[in-house]
Design a protein. Sequence first.
Length: 326
Amino acid sequence: MPLQKSIFTLLLIIAAPVAFAQQNDTLKYYLNSYDEPADRLHASYLIKVYKEKPTDVLWKRDYMTSADHKLLSTGNCKDSLGKIKQGDYKYFDYKGKLERTGHFENDKHDGEWIGYFPSGKTESIYHYTQGKMSGLSRSWNEKGNLLDSFNLDKSGTGYGVGYYADGQKRYEGNFAAGIKKGEWKYYYDLQGTHQSMACVFEKDSLLSSKCFTQDGQPQNKDCYYAREAEFIGGPGDWVKYLIKTIKKSKYAKYLSKGEQYTVVIKFVVDKEGTVTDAEVEEPGSNEKLDNIAEDIIRQSPHWAPAIQYNQPVNAYRRQPVTFVLN
């Protein structure tokens, strides 16, 4: 299943949608890292909507980073706001490698969607009918081991099962109309088949759940279906930590007065809540500041780990770090 990605940012802006019409009738919409409207100065992403030819029925829609205009997705849309995606789409990672391809019909996934590893190998093949899974859909790890398998008929009724890398079952359950329905069972990432959680769904909405300890006993508290990794103290304390640590660093000698420099650090919050694998997503023009930003994230205090199906899991994060010399 597609993974959701969470991004924190130092700059929190509340703004009305901003669009700029150019002479060639290109409309520009600026967004923050949560894809919410933002002003141009503090935006993380930019959507360009335009017509390649005046006679075109559909608009072209390019989604990119606002700072350096790296293309992240491209396709068509039905409206000048870029909200109703229509037709074939391509998605790219921050290094320009193809991540995913597929088709939209009235802004809903339709037909075959294929995911790719950075190596170019196929990561997943999913099938949809008007936004709901149908047919046979599967995903694999880079070694080719099956991770997810959904076998549904044309109406979206069927069965799904997932596996850990070692082949042990991760979850299993039923679908109706392409979405979860009835009981789903989830299992610990341990030898054996003990359930971590049992859930009941209706139209993909969680109605009830029960959690179990690793030895199969009922668990009566701290039962989570899904919880994001969170800095101890919450997002506000995370921002305070970043600001305080940036001020204490020796970044000033690498900037000119009035200059601003932003670098994005990607990292992992592991199952124990420790920050690991912190690295610059893509080296910028100032290696010294890149290294300082990387160290700031690497030295982070403890986090509460992400939880999925009542067990801690690794969580991937991206954090823009901005240095300003006034």
